[in-house]
Design a protein around this ligand. Structure first.
Ligand SMILES: *[C@@H]1O[C@H](CO)[C@@H](O)[C@H](O)[C@H]1NC(C)=O
Ligand SMILES: *[C@@H]1O[C@H](CO)[C@@H](O)[C@H](O)[C@H]1NC(C)=O
Ligand SMILES: *[C@@H]1O[C@H](CO)[C@@H](O)[C@H](O)[C@H]1NC(C)=O
Ligand SMILES: *[C@@H]1O[C@H](CO)[C@@H](O)[C@H](O)[C@H]1NC(C)=O
Ligand SMILES: *[C@@H]1O[C@H](CO)[C@@H](O)[C@H](O)[C@H]1NC(C)=O
Ligand SMILES: *[C@@H]1O[C@H](CO)[C@@H](O)[C@H](O)[C@H]1NC(C)=O
Ligand SMILES: *[C@@H]1O[C@H](CO)[C@@H](O)[C@H](O)[C@H]1NC(C)=O
Ligand SMILES: *[C@@H]1O[C@H](CO)[C@@H](O)[C@H](O)[C@H]1NC(C)=O
Length: 410
């Protein structure tokens, strides 16, 4: 069901593609809904639920209460969230589509991702906070720390430990087939340094797209669990240690990684042996890596590793991205001297990156730790449709991604 607004987006996308231009800027899909209007849900899909902390017209003052109210059906649900600071943990277990829409003027301003002054963190008007870290293993699992968790059952969202993590039973159902968040910041600011795993979000056995969202923590900011598919567009991800980690598949496009300090690696992935071919891993495209500010930048020149192998089947590729001077010239690192976790199955790669922190010679001289890909080698991982797969292993199903931003592909 395409509304007039989406047809207009489609048409302008096609025109830009035809003109050979690269459309940029925030997703426009809910632009009319996100605008602050006299009647808050004007321009929103029919049945949109309105959440506000201080507006008496709202149905709920808590986002989680609104999420719970929609139940586990296959009917799409839309939740519009008024500006504010919401201190709560969000859990999404439902099967059907759920779109969390933050009120925002950003889609109207239409700035492109490259316009952002990365030294002044861009904030959304909707902030969801949960400050919690699994320091000294005070919790039995990292999932307890997360601001947002998307997954069908509690057990499916557990990180677990060991080379294969928590043994999720095969008959566990798939969770949300189309979760989305627009213009929402997820903040876990437990301590201003790495003090144990502190998730901003976790996605397991579910499809989740995040548009113009911010994710702020220091350690393990983003967790993509088993059979998790997550797509980020126009996002900011802030962290220090292993801040993109997991077992599933994450594709980050036209976003920014904010380096708050260096620790572990920027990525830490665990591969899984499946009976079907898989491309579980983390892929970043046109996503600059930038120090959080000038004073921290001066302290970490050449120190931030692109990643390290959580197990030897780690898979990640940084594509066409700017590296500032914080990035370690040789790129990735081994896990440890006695437990290196690098073998022929390890795939820690770069393709066509650039900037002061990118040094091809040093990467090529890393003894096979960092792989510098050519156009043919990057081919199988280049676009979202190449890497996202269904639980059975099929590729190419990206119907859950906001189609208006997929036009940004050249
Ligand atoms: C928002 O909430 C967090 C955590 O509860 C708190 O640390 C922060 O200061 C609040 N921000 C504002 C602007 O009220
Ligand atoms: C939601 O419904 C699906 C389909 O009926 C079911 O498989 C799943 O277990 C339910 N999830 C929850 C959290 O109840
Ligand atoms: C969300 O799930 C976590 C564990 O995953 C749990 O600790 C928390 O209480 C849940 N919160 C809500 C509001 O359901
Ligand atoms: C979750 O996993 C634990 C540990 O394996 C198990 O004891 C428990 O029964 C599982 N819970 C469910 C609902 O399957
Ligand atoms: C610079 O960024 C770091 C990491 O986010 C932070 O701890 C520090 O307070 C910031 N310094 C300034 C001067 O903003
Ligand atoms: C998967 O298989 C490869 C090759 O046999 C092996 O090296 C690796 O340890 C296995 N990984 C896991 C997590 O079982
Ligand atoms: C890795 O591949 C090379 C070339 O095919 C082979 O010579 C080597 O034995 C392999 N190493 C391992 C640990 O399998
Ligand atoms: C890149 O790395 C090589 C090998 O470590 C080094 O000789 C060279 O000076 C580096 N280039 C720059 C521009 O830093």
């Amino acid at each position: 069901m395409l509304g007039l607004a989406s047809l207009a987006v489609l048409a302008s996308g096609l025109l830009q593609v035809a003109a050979g231009l690269d459309p940029q800027g925030p997703a426009q899909t809910y632009k009319r809904c996100q605008r602050k209007t006299c009647n808050p849900t004007d321009g929103c899909p029919q049945g949109t639920i309105y959440v506000s902390k201080d507006d008496s017209r709202a149905s709920f003052s808590s986002i989680q209460a609104a999420i719970e109210s929609v139940g586990n059906t296959t009917t799409p649900a839309y939740i519009l969230i008024a500006p504010g600071n919401y201190t709560e943990q969000l859990n999404v277990t439902r099967r059907g589509p759920l779109h969390l829409i933050g009120m925002s003027t950003r889609p109207w301003k239409g700035e492109t991702y490259s316009d952002i002054d990365v030294n002044t963190e861009r904030q959304n008007d909707v902030q969801v906070w949960w400050n919690s870290a699994n320091h000294d293993a005070i919790f039995s699992d990292n999932v307890f720390t997360s601001v947002l968790t998307v997954g069908p059952t509690f057990n499916a969202t557990l990180t677990g430990s060991g080379p294969t993590g928590f043994p999720v039973p095969d008959d566990t159902p798939f969770g949300c087939t189309d979760f989305r968040a627009y213009n929402i910041d997820f903040r876990n600011e437990f301590a201003p340094y790495s003090d144990g795993p502190a998730h901003a979000i976790g996605v397991s056995r579910a499809n989740a797209g995040f548009y113009s969202c911010g994710f702020y923590s220091w350690q393990d900011t983003i967790y993509i669990g088993k059979l998790g598919n997550a797509y980020f567009y126009d996002a900011i991800v802030a962290g220090q240690t292993d801040f993109l980690y997991g077992f599933g598949t994450l594709y980050v496009e036209k976003s920014h990684l904010t380096l708050r300090s260096c620790g572990g690696g920027i990525t830490a992935w665990k591969g899984t042996n499946t009976t079907f071919p898989n491309k579980y891993g983390v892929y970043l495209d046109r996503t600059p890596l930038i120090a959080a500010n000038a004073s921290i930048a001066a302290k970490m020149v050449g120190k931030c590793a692109l990643g390290r192998p959580w197990n030897a089947q780690h898979r990640s590729v940084f594509m066409d991205s700017y590296f500032d001077g914080s990035v370690r010239p040789a790129g990735y690192i081994i896990w440890g001297t006695t437990d290196q976790r690098v073998n022929n199955y390890t795939f820690m790669a770069t393709w066509e990156d650039y900037g002061p922190g990118y040094n091809k010679t040093a990467e090529m001289g890393s003894g096979g730790v960092t792989l510098v890909l050519d156009d043919e080698e990057v081919g199988p991982y280049r676009y979202p449709a190449d890497v996202f797969q269904t639980p059975e292993g099929g590729f190419g199903n990206v119907g859950w991604i906001d189609q208006s931003v997929l036009f940004s592909k050249d």
